[in-house]
Design a protein around this ligand. Structure first.
Ligand SMILES: NC(=O)c1ccc[n+]([C@@H]2O[C@H](COP(=O)([O-])OP(=O)(O)OC[C@H]3O[C@@H](n4cnc5c(N)ncnc54)[C@H](O)[C@@H]3O)[C@@H](O)[C@H]2O)c1
Length: 336
């Protein structure tokens, strides 16, 4: 029997030698298609019938579209593993991957993303609290701080940071904001051990909304978390709260956020992610006080390299052992 095939969906930008070394154990191939309709036809033609593992990037959605039921049912039966190069895997319908016969096992890249994404969140927390965006814009226009000067901002010291989703990134951010003198509380589906929580206090969802001076969203996007923050939740928050989102745009209702900013219920926000990327809600773009980054969370040489290395590690483990190194939690105990 020949070597199994590994299909590259997207690009390797950094870890070239680790990727090339996979050719010892697998044939590395790429699709001919450049759009979803052609990719589905390519799958149906039998051209990819020996593929065991697909390595996919966030950007490969341009080639295949999202991994929904339609795509998953068109994929070759030989395909048993999807190694996703990212922490968030909302582009992949894991339920449909599990339900397919035989199932497709999915892995993501946790941990390697933590520092860079938490750094981004800390930047957004400080920028939104201090209102730095207005004066940064004015300085570039030759208007110094602007006229009138922007309102005074707020110090992070002593403020309550509420983390919704205390996973790898949330916990990393907690450590970093300790140094700023913030007090961390969090809500998760379950409380963490004392060691993992690092002294952050577990509170209910409603307590988190009511007590946070800065609310940071750090939970995955899925059908349970879509618009978990919307009009009713903003109404339960302290007046003048700051919202930071480095998770996924659609965990928050952007229309409701814009209204809460306009009413002053929300003082400011710092966002890295949006509901309809690359589109940004016009109500946010028009607001000079808010901090907006175009999904830059892991945009560093070190982190992008580490993510590729990790994801390739999943490919190698799948080929050599039939197991993934970091399977997604939804597939724990999956048979078949
Ligand atoms: N901006 C970026 O570039 C960037 C980079 C990396 C990750 N992300 C996003 O950040 C998210 C978090 O990443 P992570 O590595 O910390 O993930 P993680 O899996 O380590 O942590 C997520 C946490 O959210 C909790 N959670 C899940 N559903 C919840 C719910 N309904 N209520 C409360 N808590 C819930 C989980 O229990 C877990 O503790 C990812 O899913 C991804 O979408 C964005």
């Amino acid at each position: 029997m020949g070597k199994p095939q590994v299909l590259l969906l997207g690009k390797i930008d950094h870890a070239h030698s680790t990727w090339n070394a996979l050719s010892e154990v697998a044939d590395l191939i790429e699709p001919k298609s450049t759009n979803r309709a052609d990719f589905i036809k390519e799958c149906q033609s039998g051209a990819l019938d020996n593929v065991l593992v697909a390595y996919r990037t966030f950007g490969s959605v341009e080639i295949t579209g999202v991994w929904d039921e339609e795509l998953i049912s068109a994929l070759p039966k030989s395909l048993r593993f999807c190694t996703h190069n990212g922490a968030g895997y909302d582009q992949v319908d894991v339920h449909a991957c599990s339900a397919r016969k035989p199932p497709i096992r999915v892995s993501n890249v946790p941990t390697a993303v933590d520092d860079a994404t938490a750094d981004t969140a800390v930047f957004l927390i400080i920028g939104a609290l201090r209102g730095f965006n207005t004066s940064m814009l004015a300085a570039r226009e030759g208007k110094w701080r602007g006229a009138p000067a922007p309102p005074l901002g707020h110090d992070p010291e002593g403020k309550v940071l509420g983390v919704l989703g205390m996973g790898g990134i949330g916990r990393n951010m907690k450590k970093k904001t300790d140094a700023l003198g913030m007090k961390c509380i969090y809500h998760n589906r379950r409380p963490l051990s004392d060691e993992l929580s690092g002294g952050a206090k577990y509170v209910s969802f409603d307590e988190l909304l009511a007590q946070s001076d800065v609310l940071s969203l750090n939970l995955p996007l899925n059908k349970n978390t879509h618009h978990i923050i919307s009009t009713a939740e903003f109404a339960k928050m302290k007046k003048g709260v700051v919202i930071v989102n480095t998770a996924r745009g659609a965990v928050m209702d952007e229309d409701a956020l814009v209204k809460a900013l306009e009413s002053g219920q929300v003082f400011s926000c710092g966002l890295d992610v949006y509901e309809e990327e690359p589109k940004i809600h016009p109500g946010l773009v028009a607001n000079p006080h808010v901090m907006l980054l175009p999904h830059m969370g892991t945009w560093t040489v070190e982190t992008q390299t580490a993510m590729e290395e990790w994801c390739i590690g999943n490919v190698r483990a799948a080929v050599e052992t039939g197991e993934l190194k970091s399977p997604v939690p939804e597939q724990e105990g999956l048979e078949g």
